[in-house]
Design a protein around this ligand. Structure first.
Ligand SMILES: [Fe+2]
Length: 449
């Protein structure tokens, strides 16, 4: 079959063109890779320019109060990128419910970074699910994954009908070549790939490792700012959607689909990344976490970590998120007469954390870049002994918390460990001991501190 590379997506040497982006969270974008490819003033003309097919991708029900949809003008309609399906197995890529009788999910857990091996792994074969929550079949809950990717997908494409994917790189650079354009991603950035969008993942610098939050529920949105007002935290203009880019490649290809927690393959004769122009508000996007402007206490005491929410995916219960994505990054600590690290607590929400780089203030040791911790629903946790003693006795001048970037996938649902997380991943058996030597200070003496 002829491999006709005539696309602006691919250069003569086979590499992809530089990506371009359009700013603004949830904007109604329009973009075309060829002049005049995008119809103006209407969505569905009798004949589209260049002989393209018009097609709508709907991310919400038609009658949603805030419909999210994108009109695509493509070389072939998507029905040509879908043939008979055969189930395939990706044993480490799990979906909720995934509960194992011989794995104990109740506990405070921490893992070292999952090491790379000699085995070549793609975005699909390298996905290692750590926890699942809720139920993929009823579109509630989430899964957390660590990806280990060493190989680019070759004439291989993927979409998840189950989920929106929040990608948090920790090591290496990846390229997401999607139907709607190209996103290049590196550590300190995140990307969101919407449900149903077809894409291929390539390794720009490997090996690549990072974290994925798979959101089964309503899409991520910016959190309500309340009295904070219009500025700081994550500003809408810093979110970037890709410009249109397409491939016109006639080559045998495979599309893998995640659907109701199961994987299915279909064989087609061309690249499905053939959208020449599009407009709409349902699109992938990226965000540079260095643009996140933290807001916090500037006199005394310690606010809830929700103050650091970058994105939130609502549930059916107002104020109670299916997922919050929370960022703990560099910031000044200035609070007077205050225990500055996170306080000890139990939480109805369950907290999966990952370290992107540096040192986390509540756990100076053991929670290392690439590592993961889990503090599940209603399980107590807080600073370790070292962090407690240091913070309790520090001279409280202005102090820059530097070289630190960790995040949390927090969900209203309890998180269940996968077999991989419980039995294969590098679990730190002694994590629970980080609180073992917390001493009893109380002896009834008034004024003792
Ligand atoms: Fe917590």
């Amino acid at each position: 079959m002829k491999d006709a590379v005539t696309s602006p997506l691919v250069q003569a040497d086979g590499s992809l063109t530089n990506p371009g982006y359009m700013p603004g969270f949830g904007n109604d974008f329009e973009t075309e890779a060829l002049p005049g490819a995008l119809p103006q003033g209407m969505n569905s003309p009798q004949k589209c320019n260049y002989g393209l097919y018009g097609e709508q991708l709907s991310g919400t029900a038609f009658t949603d109060v805030r419909p999210e949809r994108t009109w695509c003008y493509r070389i072939r309609p998507s029905v040509k990128h879908s043939h008979r399906y055969e189930k395939v197995d990706l044993p480490h890529f799990r979906s909720a419910p995934d509960i194992h009788p011989d794995v104990t999910s109740l506990g405070q857990y921490r893992w070292d970074p999952i090491p790379h091996t000699d085995e070549p792994l793609t975005w699909l074969t390298g996905m290692r699910t750590m926890t699942t929550a809720g139920d993929v079949n009823t579109q509630v809950g989430m899964a957390s994954h660590v990806y280990l990717v060493t190989e680019s997908m070759q004439d291989e494409y993927f979409f998840s009908a189950d989920s929106e994917m929040l990608v948090v790189p920790q090591e290496g650079r990846l390229r997401f070549a999607t139907e709607l354009g190209i996103i290049d991603l590196e550590p300190k950035e995140i990307a969101i790939i919407p449900r149903g969008l077809v894409y291929r993942v390539e390794v720009l610098d490997g090996p690549a490792r990072g974290f994925v939050c798979e959101n089964y529920g309503q899409k991520f949105e910016l959190p309500g700012r309340g009295p904070i007002g219009a500025n700081c935290m994550a500003n809408p203009r810093d979110f970037k959607a890709p410009v249109a880019a397409y491939e016109d490649r006639e080559v045998p290809s495979t599309v893998t689909v995640k659907w109701c927690g199961q994987f299915h393959e279909t064989k087609i004769g061309q690249s499905p990344l053939d959208v020449v122009a599009w407009h709409g508000n349902y699109a992938p996007y990226k965000y540079d976490l260095r643009n996140y402007c933290p807001v916090g206490a500037i006199l005394f005491d310690h606010p809830d970590p929700s103050i650091f929410t970058v994105l939130t995916a609502p549930s059916g219960q107002p104020g109670t998120a299916n997922i919050d994505f929370v960022l703990f990054r560099e910031r000044w600590m200035v609070m007077e007469d205050t225990f500055r690290p996170p306080w000890y607590h139990k939480n109805i929400m369950s907290e999966m954390m990952g370290n992107i780089y540096g040192e986390y203030d509540a756990k100076p040791q053991g929670f290392v870049p690439g590592g993961v911790s889990l503090h599940n629903m209603m399980l107590p946790h807080g600073p370790d002994r070292e962090a407690f003693e240091k913070a309790s006795n520090a001279n409280l001048g202005p102090d820059k918390l530097d070289n630190t970037m960790s995040f949390m996938f927090e969900t209203r649902f309890p998180q269940q460990l996968t077999q991989f997380a419980g039995k294969e991943a590098p679990l730190q058996d002694d994590y629970i001991d980080c609180w073992a030597d917390m001493e009893k200070k109380f002896d009834g003496t008034p004024g003792k501190k």
